[in-house]
Design a protein around this ligand. Structure first.
Ligand SMILES: [Zn+2]
Length: 424
């Protein structure tokens, strides 16, 4: 018996230690460099696509085409041969991060004992905070909208202080590694609940807010415990490569609207942007879709998905750069209001426009499904800070500033959308 207690005690200590030790993940990146390469020609693009055949490399951006820069992570063992290859191919490059692990440590979880917005938090702390707010306020309706592949809760919050309001939906962390997404979505929810700013209080009175802070809990936990750079969910996807079974689907490529159209990259089922064999295969996004569809048609008038990075407000469509939504100009005016207001706070500029035009042509994203299938008249993907200095590893000391600038942008966006008749 005493031994059992001792064992349980040791196990508990072990678990606590594992949970509260930032930077102690299974996969480490000591002395890994991040290279930024500028691809100018089709031939360089073709060679870059094949570079993984002889160099172990982790691409941080989806490979679209020439005329762009791409960031790649390479470990100490392969840095010399990468540099030789790039020089041989006359590909211009620079090292933007000298030691990736150092950067990851600065963008890790700090004091996780309670929720605040000066550090990143674990899923448990985020969900505990959501539960506490739900218990404290009658106007919040909270529920588990579904379970992830590994059985974790996907939580949805609906804030409604007045009947007859129209709603705005905020979606967080569909991509696991983009921690700033759920940090910002919870920041916004906290503002809507607890802010003393009269304008914020008015927005929380006059509109309903539907918040799904964590669409991808399995991937998120995986980025905390095993591999900080994970993007997809964690379902074994039925494919193998030299390292074994491949996991996950890029859930923001799996929505069923013009799915599998131009720009599709289905040959690489093990890469970070694999959108599945067919649309709507992932339980996480089916839960989200069912939740959205559980409301009356016409109730949700705006759908905003939060991502990192690049500072964009990406509008529909993603599947084309020649076809535009019927109210594209109206959506641009609304996005411009966000962009102008956000820039006023700390000078961060957000570029806005159709994602197929600004980013690259790719389909299966939530904002296109919300617009094209659910007929929500204003939808967007907000790519948060920054423009590439820290990229996916935005240091924790920027979380509050991002929250504040996005709050300013959101206020202007809602007011402009109101003026444009989006909520009529
Ligand atoms: Zn993303």
């Amino acid at each position: 018996m005493r031994l059992l207690i001792l064992l349980i005690g040791l196990l508990t200590v072990g678990l606590v230690a594992a949970k509260s030790a930032p930077g102690r993940m299974a996969v480490r990146y000591d002395n890994f460099k991040v290279y930024q390469v500028t691809i100018e020609t089709d031939l360089q693009m073709e060679e870059l696509r094949k570079i993984h055949e002889h160099i172990t490399v982790h691409f941080l951006n989806e490979l679209a085409g020439p005329g762009r820069t791409y960031n790649l992570i390479v470990g100490p063992l392969f840095q010399r041969s990468l540099e030789k290859t790039l020089n041989f191919l006359e590909i211009v490059y620079k090292v933007i991060v000298e030691d990736l692990q150092k950067l990851l440590d600065e963008a890790s979880v700090g004091d996780d004992s309670h929720m605040e917005w000066e550090t990143y938090h674990t899923l448990d702390t985020i969900y505990d905070w959501v539960d506490q707010e739900c218990a404290a306020h009658d106007y919040l309706e909270c529920k588990v909208i579904g379970k992830s592949h590994e059985g974790r809760d996907i939580k949805g919050v609906r804030l409604s202080k007045r009947s007859g309001n129209k709603a705005i939906l905020l979606e967080g962390n569909i991509h696991a590694m983009e921690w700033i997404s759920s940090a910002t979505v919870t920041f916004l929810l906290n503002q809507l609940i607890n802010s003393e700013d009269p304008e914020m209080q008015r927005l929380s009175e006059e509109y309903d807010w539907i918040v799904v802070p964590m669409v991808n809990p399995d991937g998120f936990v995986y980025t905390h415990e095993v591999e900080r750079l994970w993007r997809k969910n964690r379902r074994p996807n039925g494919h193998m490569n030299t390292t074994g079974a491949c996991y996950g689907i890029d859930m923001n490529r799996n929505f069923d609207y013009h799915w599998g159209g131009a720009g599709w990259n289905i040959d690489e089922p093990c890469d970070h942007w694999f959108g599945g064999e067919e649309p709507n295969t992932e339980v996480e996004i089916l839960s989200l879709q069912d939740f959205v569809s559980s409301f009356d048609d016409g109730y949700i008038r705006s759908y905003m998905a939060f991502h990192a990075y690049g500072q964009y407000v990406l509008l529909p469509y993603g599947h084309s750069n020649t076809e535009f939504p019927p109210n594209y100009e109206q959506m641009q005016r609304i996005a411009a209001a966000f962009s102008d207001a956000a820039a006023e706070v700390y000078g961060s500029t957000f570029t806005y426009g159709a994602s197929g035009l600004l980013n690259y042509v790719v389909s299966g994203a939530a904002k296109d499904w919300a617009y094209g299938v659910k007929n929500i008249p204003f939808t967007c993907t907000v790519e948060l800070r920054d423009k590439g200095t820290f990229g996916f590893f935005l240091p924790s000391n920027q979380i509050t500033e991002v929250g504040i600038e996005v709050t300013a942008g959101l206020k202007a966006l809602v007011n402009k959308a109101q003026e444009e008749g989006i909520f009529d």
